[in-house]
Design a protein around this ligand. Structure first.
Ligand SMILES: Nc1ncnc2c1ncn2[C@@H]1O[C@H](COP(=O)(O)OP(=O)(O)OP(=O)(O)O)[C@@H](O)[C@H]1O
Ligand SMILES: [Mg+2]
Length: 452
């Protein structure tokens, strides 16, 4: 029995049917009211909020379609289920397109009406669940779209709130996928500049010879391909925030120019005869160890000090596993929304796996695992929906534990190789060195594990 005190309004001009339905639904635990036509039905809706309305189509006074239209116009939230007798099916279908929830053909059997109501209840429950999750996501569990209740992260949030309004440059550090870009946006959104532009540039993704004109702009004719003036990103970000992503990849020649811009708050586009002032807050990010880079001369030390007035160090996901259930909820709800399906439940075994895994790709990897899982699973996310790396991850003890040494070793190896590649930015020779295996056997393993 599922009814548990749900309120149902029955609208039908046939007294017998009203009584029959009312008695039947009451026996199942529903609380019922009745009305003899649409007009009376609207009256009832003014006094009470019903979980569902069952409404006949052909009635004197006010018919079902007119009732539905009026209810929708008055923004009545109760789902209306139409009851269509012989000859009114077309109208019932029309009602569906108007916004009726469902329809059932008369005469119906007892279990048919039960089914329709049960289905409606389930759908409503999911809708509520969805909006609850959305509220959770939007509300107290984080800061500006960054989901976290981990204490190190909430400390970061309060630091960010303090620094946001100043023009102080912020350097965001963290492994790949820890949320550096989200933090940069959050700083912008929390600042007085929030209404101004937020402009992001990946310094590692633009060819060296183009980066300068990207950042500072150029005048027509400044170089061979400069057929017209170009506004640089600094100008585009005027009054707002410029996010220099992967700033550690910036070529040395440009590091000097960037330093000058930051010191003087003026830019000179390529080929321009004069410089002009810009008002830009710079947030930069890198997954490299910029301090070490600057000590070893790979990154200008003076620029490092300039960018690094205020540091935000994002902890890797493996150091904040208390956030994993929250993030899983968040990604499940988001996927459900984009895939237009109901959110799934995550089995306790899966949650245990997720919390025991090392997450070399951090939150982005978790996001991908959930998305993949949502595609593969139905209703419940089980271990079968997890990628091999997680299914055979070491260190998770269980009743049906996989005792294969080979698979466990493979999982560990795969994990270490991924980490080494991440650390070396994909450089295989360096990765092989820290893994203490030969370059050749690394290549072999990459192939074996399908890592690219
Ligand atoms: N705390 C979080 N809450 C919700 N989503 C998150 C969180 N952290 C990261 N994400 C999501 O994970 C993905 C990676 O985040 P982001 O791009 O900010 O990471 P990053 O540190 O800039 O990574 P990379 O170094 O690879 O550029 C994004 O899709 C982002 O929305
Ligand atoms: Mg990034």
């Amino acid at each position: 029995m599922t009814a548990s005190g749900k309120h149902i309004l029955i609208i039908d001009d046939e007294e017998n049917l009203r009584h029959m339905l009312s008695a039947m639904l009451s026996r199942q635990g529903y609380l019922t009211d009745t009305a003899a036509n649409g007009a009376e039905g609207l009256q009832r809706l003014r006094d009470k909020i019903y979980d569902f309305v069952l409404c006949d189509i052909r009635m004197p006074e006010m018919g079902g379609k007119a009732f539905l239209a009026a209810a929708l116009e008055n923004r009545v939230a109760s789902p209306v289920i139409m009851m269509s007798a012989y000859g009114t099916v077309d109208t019932a279908v029309e009602c569906l397109t108007l916004g009726a929830y469902d329809f059932i053909s008369k005469p119906f059997k007892k279990d048919e009406i039960e089914m329709v109501l049960k289905k409606a209840e389930e759908r409503e429950r999911l809708r509520e669940e969805n909006s609850r999750l959305r509220a959770v996501v939007a509300g107290t569990n984080g800061f500006s779209g960054i989901i976290s209740r981990n204490s190190a992260m909430t400390d970061l949030f309060s630091q960010i709130r303090k620094v946001a309004d100043l023009k102080t440059p912020v350097l965001v550090l963290g492994e790949s996928g820890t949320g550096k870009e989200l933090i940069a946006r959050a700083i912008h959104d929390a600042s007085r500049r929030f209404a101004g532009p937020f402009v992001a540039v990946n310094c590692g993704a633009i060819p060296e010879n183009l980066l300068e004109s990207e950042l500072f702009g150029h005048r027509r004719g400044a170089f061979t391909d400069a057929s017209s003036d170009k506004t640089g990103l600094f100008d585009q970000a005027d009054g707002g925030t410029l996010f220099l992503d992967e700033v550690g990849e910036m070529p040395p020649a440009l590091q000097v120019k960037l330093l000058r811009v930051l010191q003087e708050e003026e830019i000179r586009p390529l080929g321009a005869s004069a410089s002009h002032t810009v008002d830009v807050r710079v947030v930069s990010a890198t997954s490299r160890n910029l301090e070490a880079d600057s000590r070893m001369g790979r990154f200008r030390e003076d620029l490092y000090f300039r960018l690094n007035v205020f540091t935000v160090q994002l902890p890797p996901l493996r150091d904040r596993i208390d956030d994993i259930p929250l993030l899983v909820d968040h990604f499940v709800a988001r996927c459900a929304e984009t895939m237009e399906r109901s959110p799934v439940r995550v089995s306790p075994e899966v949650m245990r796996r997720l919390m025991g895994y090392g997450w070399p790709g951090n939150v982005r990897e978790l996001e991908n695992v959930i998305e993949r899982g949502m595609i593969l699973c139905e209703g419940m996310m089980t271990e079968a929906c997890l990628p091999d790396a997680l299914r055979y991850a070491a260190g998770v003890a269980e009743a049906d534990e996989d005792l294969s040494i080979k698979r466990a070793e493979d999982a560990i190896e795969r994990d270490l190789i991924r980490k080494a590649l991440l650390k070396t930015g994909g450089n295989r020779t360096q990765a092989a060195r820290i893994l203490e295996i030969s370059h050749r056997s690394l290549l072999y393993k990459l192939k074996e594990f399908g890592i690219d």
